[in-house]
Design a protein around this ligand. Sequence first.
Ligand code: ASP
Length: 445
Amino acid sequence: MSRVITAKFGGTSLADASQIRKVAEIIKSNPERRYVVASAPGKRFKDDIKVTDLLYSCYSEFAKGDEYSGTLAKIKARYAEIISELGIKFDIGAEIEKIENELRYYPPADYLASRGEYLNSKIIAEFLGWPFVDAAEVIFFDENGNFDGERTFMTMSGKLRDFPNAVIPGFYGTQISVSSMPQGGIKTFSRGGSDVTGSIVARSTQSDIYENWTDVSGMLSADPRIVSNPKPIEYITYTELRELSYMGASVLHEDAVFPVRKAGIPINIRNTNSPDDKGTLIAATIPSDVKRNPVTGIAGRKGFTSIRVEKSQMNGETGFGARLLYIFARNGIPFEHCPTGIDTISVVVNSSSFDAKRDEILRELKNELSPDFITIEKNLAVIAVVGEGMVSARGTAAKVFSALAEAGVNIRMIDQGSDELNIIIGVDEADYEKSLKALYSAMIK
Ligand code: ASP
């Protein structure tokens, strides 16, 4: 049996006719690429506006009772240019008219926002000579607006079985409870959600691989705004990806991982503008013949506060940690890290959420735990050094700490995930950039 590939193309890959031509070439170069998921046209140049953003502006003008025809005309013009340059037959006037008619019924903003991918996918299907399958017929949300996986996978796999090839718009589906309203049933994922659609299609079609085509040759091992020319990551596991994405390294919509991960389908991030590059392969396990660096990537974020609670004999007091964390939980503050000593526990939290509840939390900590001291350290940046190979590589932690010492950075917190997948370091926000550079040079370069 031949392999099946689901290929999702992002907004910059489909921003104009010449990009769409590149995409068509990529699709046609491998017949295994049978299912294509398309985003709305993105930015063609730095200050350009994405079609999705134009659609949201159009909606807010409409909702406020302002004149929206100028914005709608801009959207129409973007598609008209693509259509004429591709030389296909497509009645964009009639489509825009249909959307305007729907507006009379006051559909949700999601309906209008979804039209970006709807129109682009129809145009691409026409250009490829492939069938178009509307996501509204195969992706479902329940009455609370949560993605309904069971219904979706069942419907979509049944439907796509009849289609050897198809173009499916990303970003949206139908919300069941409101489907009787005129177009009221359309609901989108959060921004960047075409990645999620791609993952759902890959899972439903039991694809061998989910290709996610974008404008970079994969994920980078550090933030390129801080480290110049960081190495691309060739292989990364889902777990490592999760750690790095959580710390701010973004390459995919967070929810895009779950459907394919569950089905054991690897994701390959590829570059439409450089299709020969291998990109990044994200998989559950990496083939054993692949030699990887013990550290896969480094990422971090600013904006944390550490609350250190000290009490002598704390270690003999059963339930102290639980009561401490419960105070944060009760106030709706999730904790990020919780390094402990014998008589101290630190709770690292997001500064902005903590600041809003600071006085209540301090009062409750004092009243309920009677600590000897509470020390608050603000302006903390947290950096994660991530790599599954660190478990078996001796001396990794020593290298991390000496790199920071040599760079003159004072380490304010250390935490190692219990899976030995990462070393988490807290430093002053002012030392963040310096630390990241030093760690990159020592651990990856
Ligand atoms: N067009 C949508 C957005 O801009 C979804 C996507 O491109 O993934 O967020």
